[in-house]
Design a protein around this ligand. Structure first.
Ligand code: ADP
Ligand code: MG
Length: 222
């Protein structure tokens, strides 16, 4: 499903602040696998996710997602690819505070120009699944942490993408909400999604449902 092949990423190449964030990183994630990407802060986890989501391009090496060579995609194709294939759950959830729950959840669907009815149906499905339907008209800024978490997950899933990427999803959660996130991950895996979670939260280490853990250190897989 995901192939990262000999990827090196250098930021600010040739400048005094040049920074090699990833060095010759290779790994694969199979369909419906749950893979945990571990490593201390600054080890390159977020950079890996952004390369898989085609938000950035590697300096050398390749990233292939479901037969698409995303490391070579022109920008307009990259956003199409993202919309179809990737659900991204950000560390701070990145909800739009002044929009309602419903409007936040349907943002990934906007470019598809669906009818009002289709939008409703898709949003309804994920709002029900993650128990946030009762808050559909509330503004994101007025939600509790747990509610924001559910909206972020619902938004990542509304397009029914095959791949879910999560970047430090429990970094801003208390222990109880972090546990709950884990329950949602189990559910998403049962639905058949391929999941890659970048985290240094030990909650995700050695889980029975995890297929593999990959540890990064200073931009290398160790
Ligand atoms: P992690 O997610 O494991 O904390 P990151 O992938 O965010 O690590 O960062 C890896 C390294 O790359 C860090 O040293 C970081 O400062 C650097 N880095 C990340 N993004 C950029 C960028 N856009 N420009 C310059 N350096 C960056
Ligand atoms: Mg990070």
């Amino acid at each position: 499903m995901i192939e990262v092949k000999n990827v090196t990423k250098v930021f600010n190449q040739g400048r005094p602040n040049e920074m090699t964030a990833l060095r010759d990183v290779s790994f694969e994630v199979g369909e419906n696998e749950l893979v945990i990407l571990k490593g201390p802060s600054g080890s390159g986890k977020s950079t890996v996710l952004s390369l898989i989501a085609a938000l950035q391009k590697p300096t050398s090496g390749e990233v292939i997602v479901e037969e698409t060579r995303v490391s070579k995609l022109p920008d307009d194709f990259a956003s199409l690819f993202r919309r179809e294939k990737i659900g991204f759950i950000f560390q701070k959830f990145n909800l739009i505070p002044t929009l309602s729950v419903f409007d936040n959840i349907v943002t990934p669907l906007i470019p598809e120009k669906l009818s009002e009815k289709e939008l409703e149906a898709k949003a309804e499905r994920v709002m029900e699944e993650f128990s946030i339907a009762h808050k559909r008209d509330d503004l994101a800024k007025n939600l509790s942490g747990g509610e924001q978490q559910r909206v972020a997950i619902a938004r990542a899933l509304v397009n029914d993408p095959p791949i879910i990427l999560a970047d430090e999803p429990t970094a801003n959660l208390d222990a109880k909400l972090a546990e709950r996130f884990l329950e949602y991950v189990k559910r998403i895996k049962e639905e058949g999604k391929t999941i890659l979670i970048a985290t240094h939260d030990p909650l995700f280490f050695d889980l029975p449902i995890t297929d593999r853990e990959i540890t990064l250190h200073n931009g290398r897989v160790v």
